[in-house]
Ligand binder design. Structure first.
Ligand SMILES: [Zn+2]
Length: 220
């Protein structure tokens, strides 16, 4: 294994906290940031439980988001309802491949990736999955990147609606699937926000400390 910890001392062991608003580092014993007055804490309170609860809620909402009609179209008195998948197939059959790919990526792929990477990060912070600091860093980077693009999903729905808005003969209304879909986007956003990445480094350090304490099997 790795031997003694090779990282410099951290704020946690010195009782120093970075302000979440203005980033000023001050002793956590002050309670409030001396610069901007925000509440100081070493780690986001209850971060893992909140994140897991939000991710599970997002995963549950992902089902109605994909099975309930995302919009209903009333054309000349005929009502047609379609789910995300049906819309995707329609665009594909109409040979609008770029639109189909954008809808697939933004509506099906990105939410699933977000849900799985957040679950994986939570499991890693609890020490339930094998990991290295490199892999952890990458997964967190991907989650951040996805978070930045999370509003793409909403744009896709907006584009979808405007594209089929064909004059007065057609009336398009969002279906219950759209509500569930918005819930998935919002829940995963809050889940990513409530996750404290410092928990990952805490867990890494715990594992390193444990490895250092155990009698080493000297066969590096
Ligand atoms: Zn501050």
């Amino acid at each position: 294994m790795n031997g003694p910890a090779k990282y410099p001392p951290r704020g946690l062991s010195k009782g120093l906290a970075g302000c979440h608003v203005c980033e000023k580092v001050s002793p956590v014993s002050l309670g409030h940031c001396p610069r901007c007055g925000s509440h100081l804490h070493l780690r986001k309170p209850d971060s893992l439980n909140r994140t897991i609860a939000l991710v599970i809620a997002a995963a549950v909402m992902y089902i109605p988001a994909n099975t309930l009609p995302i919009m209903s179209v009333r054309e000349l008195g005929v009502l047609t309802e379609s789910t995300i998948m049906q819309g995707l197939v329609q665009f594909w059959q109409a040979r609008s491949y770029p639109i189909a790919i954008v809808i697939f990526t933004a509506s099906l792929l990105i939410p699933i990736l977000k849900i799985f990477s957040l679950l994986w990060l939570c499991a890693a912070a609890k020490g339930m999955v094998p990991h290295s600091s490199k892999v952890l860093g990458r997964v967190y980077w991907v989650t951040e990147l996805l978070g930045r693009w999370s509003m793409v999903d909403i744009f896709v729905v907006a584009i979808l609606v405007t594209m089929v808005q064909l004059g007065n003969y057609m009336r398009i209304t969002p279906g219950p699937g759209a509500l569930a879909f918005a819930a998935v986007v919002i829940l995963t956003m809050f889940a990513a926000m409530s996750f404290d990445p410092k928990l990952l480094w805490d867990q890494l350090e715990r594992e390193q400390a444990e490895a250092a304490r155990q009698p080493l099997s000297e066969n590096d």
